[in-house]
Write a protein that binds this ligand. Structure first.
Ligand code: GDP
Ligand code: MN
Length: 361
């Protein structure tokens, strides 16, 4: 699970990594009470979980006098499609140089790897691609409490020595907080010393219990509701809503949609033996996602009875086309019921997927 910047900075700060003075706000007016703590300029940073936030306009350096207005503007915007609900207001740093620092898991050696680059900031991907030697790396045994001096020297090169304690602190964060990734980009030098200007921390999902982090905190209301009904439910970015029974059938439905160059909006596995009530909940839930333009129901009747499913679909009038492919127990009765109510039942999976693609255009 990825923490937001301000959460990651709190953790870093607990480990004595210097972070800029800052305050989290949810309304533009909240800045006023804090302006005296900052100088004549502040940095407004949208707390949204998207890559390339700075480039997308989510990080603004503004005059303190216009900070409230600029914050109001930022709150009204979306950064790469994500609405801004929280802004981290920070003192403006007098940046002399931006470095790149990151700790991840090296999959080949199965050990932590520290990455350090002399030119960090928003262009890091390009820098790394153009010059393979721009970022130095050191694999550190997880048995060690800090980065050994000889590796530290190799990592830093000619960068200032006072970065070394930050690297060791981040290494401790990585180990003790069960991180998959701990990153500071940029790590900056200023006349007042070294600061983590940005912060990224991804915690291993398997360690959330041990870390005292609520497992479901990033779920949407729809995902929570699916959980309450015991459905497996996942949201994607296409237009076809998919309902299946069993992980295998549901996943192969998604694969087939992909094969025909379609995109699923979401998929829901109703599980075995779904009665009409469960089917109604499933259809309403899937249709509730605004991007769903058509629903594709692909079910195998075993303990699930096709006539029960048909009753469930018929009882749910959701306002988007529903295309059904069912086979198995009471298939003929299901087909008859659906046809009677103007629903389209298709015999093969391929034909059903193609029909969904047509209906969703
Ligand atoms: P990201 O795009 O989400 O990685 O956002 P960052 O927090 O890394 O900020 C993007 C860029 O904004 C940084 O690389 C800096 O150049 C600049 N920036 C961030 N904070 C400050 C600050 O306090 N002072 C100044 N002058 N620039 C900043
Ligand atoms: Mn950054």
């Amino acid at each position: 699970m990825k923490l937001l910047e301000y959460e990651a900075k709190r953790v870093f700060s607990d480990y004595r990594i210097p972070v800029p003075k800052g305050v989290l706000i949810r309304e533009p007016g909240e800045i006023e009470a804090h302006l005296s703590e900052f100088g004549d300029a502040v940095v407004l940073k949208a707390q949204v979980d998207v890559g390339g936030r700075g480039k997308a306009g989510g990080v603004l350096v503004v005059d303190s006098a216009s900070a409230v207005d600029r914050a109001r503007e930022l709150f009204s915007r979306e950064i790469r499609g994500v609405p801004v609900r929280e802004i981290l207001v920070e003192e403006r740093l007098e940046i002399e140089h931006e470095y790149y620092l990151s700790i991840a898991v090296d999959r080949s050696t199965r050990q932590p790897v520290v990455l350090f680059g002399d030119t960090g900031g928003v262009e890091i991907e390009r820098t790394a691609q153009e010059d393979g030697s721009a970022i130095r790396r050191a694999v550190v045994s997880p048995l060690l409490r800090e980065v050994p001096a000889f590796l530290m020297r190799e990592l830093l090169g000619s960068a200032p020595r006072d970065i070394a304690p930050v690297i060791n602190s981040l290494y401790r964060v990585f180990q003790e907080r069960d991180a998959m990734l701990a990153e500071i980009n940029p790590l900056v030098t200023t006349p007042d010393g070294v600061y983590a200007a940005d912060a990224k921390l991804i915690i291993d999902d398997n360690a959330l219990g041990r870390q005292g982090i609520e497992v479901n905190r990033d779920l949407s209301e729809r995902e929570r509701e699916a959980g309450r009904h015991g459905f497996s439910y996942v949201e994607l970015d296409g237009t076809i809503g998919v309902i299946g029974n069993g992980a295998g059938l549901t996943m192969s439905t998604i694969d087939l949609i992909d094969y025909y160059r379609g995109r699923a909006a979401n998929f829901l596995d109703v599980g075995g033996g779904a009665d009409r009530e469960r089917v109604m909940h499933a259809v309403r839930l899937v249709a509730g996602l605004p991007s769903v333009k058509v629903i594709l129901v692909n079910l195998l009747g075993g303990i699930t009875r096709c006539d029960e499913v048909a009753h469930g679909i018929i009882a749910t009038d959701v306002g988007v086309p529903v295309i059904v492919r069912m086979a198995g127990t009471n298939e003929e009765e299901g087909r008859r019921l659906l046809a009677e109510h103007g629903y389209r039942m298709v015999d093969s999976m391929e034909a059903a997927v193609r029909a969904a693609l047509e209906a969703g255009e």
